[in-house]
Design a protein around this ligand. Structure first.
Ligand code: AOF
Ligand code: ZN
Length: 381
């Protein structure tokens, strides 16, 4: 049975459940699954599950277990999964086999698995006589595995840029004053966001202006202790910066030009930074600037980074946007107005001089946080 409205509802549900484990499963995808029995033309959910933690049970098997636990028989049921069931033995046995053994009749997935190691679930299921189809009706279910799909296809981590702005789109006054624009609760949510990514990226401008820690504070459960990464082309990092003095406890990576990362003039400084616990890495440059794509690729391949939160000033953000490296924007809009064209905007540069050249985003969700608005956008392909 295929009804777009049912497909969307059930896959939305699977996506919602899977979202609970953001930060716990990466670099695996977030996956949710729902087992449904049809009572005439009405679906009855008899099992729900999701991938909870890296290395543990996959969503489909979790949903089947839930079904059994509740005393239902999954035979003849339809399974809605946000990702095509895997067909490989990794840290877990293949989901396709689990579904075949459970005797389900149909599998609906929001997208195919691009991972060549795990692919082939649909083929295996179909061979066993189980109907399979892809449903693109749930935006949430597809969005769920975007970070995973991007990394598998490009080798780049998922990049989220975050900032707080006034109603008229400014992130600081003309003198650089920015504490605080967004409210208490919004700032708490940023700490939670930091606790769910592998790396927080900032620029030297921000280090010199704010001397930030970039840690997740007052978060009940830090899921991942994000490493702090500074784009510092000229190796200007002061040794007194908090990012350096705390580098023993929390990884700090200072990314400078490949030349300065090996040259004689910076040897003493590099040694002092290393003694403090900071890791200096060299990145190729494009003109005067770091090749940010190369930096991201290096973070993914050498440091296991699958998600990055950019918390920077307009300079670095502008360069990131210009290179089209940002996938998601989390913007806090505070009920405040500066009305000053010299006040700072989120991104510097000149990405699009005309509207037709503007980068396009899709509105994913918006939520009221006390008196602020939290808006999440995704880059449109
Ligand atoms: C699914 N359901 O819930 C997930 C899938 O090392 P493993 O065994 O955990 O396998 C990880 C791979 O399996 C991952 O790269 C992706 O291709 C797929 N993830 N597949 O059927 C799930 N998490
Ligand atoms: Zn699986």
């Amino acid at each position: 049975m295929s009804d777009p409205a049912f497909d969307r509802r059930l896959l939305d549900l699977a996506a919602r459940v899977a979202m609970r484990s953001v930060g716990n499963v990466e670099p695996n995808p977030l996956v949710g699954a729902v087992v449904v029995r049809w009572m005439g033309s009405t679906p009855e959910v008899i099992g729900i599950g999701h991938h909870r933690r890296f290395g543990e049970a996959h969503a489909e098997r979790a949903a089947l277990s839930d079904c059994m636990r509740r005393g239902h028989d999954p035979r003849g049921a339809t399974v809605y999964a946000t990702l095509e069931p895997c067909n490989h033995t990794g840290k877990q046995p293949p989901c396709a086999l689990g579904l075949i053994e459970a005797g389900v009749a149909e599998v609906v997935a929001a997208r195919r698995d691009p991972n060549p190691l795990a692919a082939g679930g649909f083929e295996a299921l179909e061979k066993a006589g189980i109907r399979c189809r892809v449903s693109g009706d749930s935006r949430a279910a597809i969005a769920l595995s975007d970070p995973f799909v991007k990394r598998v296809k490009t080798g780049l981590p998922w990049v989220i840029a975050k900032w707080a702005q006034t109603i008229d789109g400014r992130v600081a006054t003309r003198n650089g004053e920015s504490k605080w624009i967004s409210g208490d609760r919004s700032r708490k949510r940023v700490h939670r966001l930091r606790a769910r990514v592998d790396a927080v990226l900032t620029g030297m401008g921000t280090v010199l202006a704010d001397d930030p820690m970039l840690t997740a504070r007052d978060v009940r459960r830090v899921r991942r202790a994000a490493m702090r990464v500074v784009a510092d082309t000229d190796l200007d990092m002061p040794e007194t910066a908090k990012l350096v003095t705390t580098a023993r406890d929390l990884r700090t990576i200072v990314a400078c030009s490949a030349e300065l990362a090996t040259g004689e003039i910076t040897r003493a400084k590099r040694q002092r930074l290393a003694t403090a616990g900071a890791v200096v890495v060299g990145v190729p440059t494009i003109g005067e600037r770091l090749d940010l794509a190369a930096l991201l690729r290096l973070l993914a391949s050498e440091h296991g980074v699958s998600s990055v939160l950019v918390e920077s000033g307009p300079g670095l953000l502008g360069s990131m946007l210009d290179a089209d490296l940002v996938d998601e924007l989390v913007v806090y809009v505070a009920p405040m107005m500066l009305g000053d064209e010299m006040a700072r905007a989120a991104a510097a540069g000149r990405i699009a001089p005309t509207l037709s050249m503007a980068q396009r985003y899709e509105l994913l969700r918006a939520k009221r946080i006390e008196n602020d608005l939290e808006v999440v956008y995704r880059r449109r392909a």
